[in-house]
Design a protein around this ligand. Structure first.
Ligand SMILES: C[S@@+](CC[C@H](N)C(=O)[O-])C[C@H]1O[C@@H](n2cnc3c(N)ncnc32)[C@H](O)[C@@H]1O
Length: 283
């Protein structure tokens, strides 16, 4: 297994190989993003995922699918309504979203996939090797915890067109951060997005009042052991999510439940998928 070179949250990076392989297995990704390391981790996690279903009644597969398709659905709508023409995916890992959205929207979109240096280098190499990058679709280094310097969010956002509506996305990232760290990151996102005519932030979200103790309890314990760190849920309910994000500088926050997103409706009833929401915060 590649050792992440970064200190701090670089320990989270190997999980991206496993999810990268999961997206591929589900027929949602390009073969270039299915790595041998991802395959190994995917199969190593399978018994735990099966256990979560048998003993906890939760389908982690449905949860992952709901979070990914849910973000895709809300992002597609924002692009089709003309609100977004640039996307910065933070902590993109080996997610297929950049490839998928560029083939769907082509010239209507600029897409920056970003991650810590080691993961960004891996992804760039994989996509470049398959001839899948272009001037409008790039992979760049970004450390979401950096307050300044070339890897800070601000430096990356400066490379974008200030006249075009912009989205920042995180998927599978924020629950690794303690509440005060998450708040700093959201403040940074709100500040960065406020400079564009429209600015939205999209993320997967797990509310405590949706019985997510079980999610953090079962799968979370496995992830906590794997990344040697704690996982956190950040909000009890929709109203609290809305208030906290406004405190961080967003104008408003909408919490989309899985069953309300057309792209997720077919699986939204499955235990696991029903625990995920998609946060859309507007700057
Ligand atoms: C669980 S993976 C999720 C990857 C992808 N979003 C997905 O859903 O398949 C978490 C990702 O966060 C990245 N990451 C961890 N700390 C980060 C940081 N401080 N800044 C940017 N990315 C970070 C890791 O390198 C890894 O790719």
């Amino acid at each position: 297994m590649d050792k992440p070179v970064e200190g701090g949250t670089g320990r989270i990076s190997p999980t991206a190989y496993a999810t990268g392989y999961f997206w591929y297995k589900q027929g949602m990704s390009h073969p270039a993003l299915a790595t041998a390391q991802g395959r190994r981790l995917h199969y190593a996690f399978r018994p735990f995922i099966a256990g979560t279903r048998i003993f906890g009644g939760l389908s982690m597969d449905a949860l992952l699918l709901a979070r990914h398709r849910g973000i895709d659905g809300v992002l597609s709508r924002a692009i089709e309504e003309g609100r977004v023409g640039q996307v910065v995916e933070v902590a993109a890992g080996l997610s297929p979203r950049g490839w998928d959205f560029m083939r769907r929207y082509e010239r209507r979109l600029t897409y920056l996939e970003t991650d810590l240096p080691a993961m960004a280098a891996t992804k760039r190499q994989l996509l470049e090797g398959a001839g899948l990058l272009s001037a409008r679709h790039r992979v760049v280094e970004l450390d979401v915890l950096a307050a300044d310097g070339p890897r800070a969010l601000e430096a990356v956002m400066e490379t974008l067109d200030p006249k075009v509506g912009t989205a920042i996305i995180t998927e599978g990232l924020m629950n690794y951060f303690a509440p005060e760290v998450a708040r700093d990151v959201w403040r940074r996102f709100a500040r960065a997005l406020a400079r564009f005519p429209q600015g939205i932030y999209l993320s997967d979200l797990y509310l405590d009042n949706r019985n997510n103790g079980a999610v953090v309890g079962a799968f979370g314990k496995l992830m906590q052991a794997f990344v040697r760190g704690r996982m956190h849920t950040h909000f009890n309910c929709e109203a609290q999510a809305n208030q906290r994000l406004r405190d961080c500088g967003f104008r408003e926050a909408i919490v989309h439940q899985a069953r309300g997103i057309p792209a997720v409706r077919d699986i939204a009833h499955i235990s696991g998928a029903d625990r995920v929401s998609v946060l859309e915060a507007r700057a």
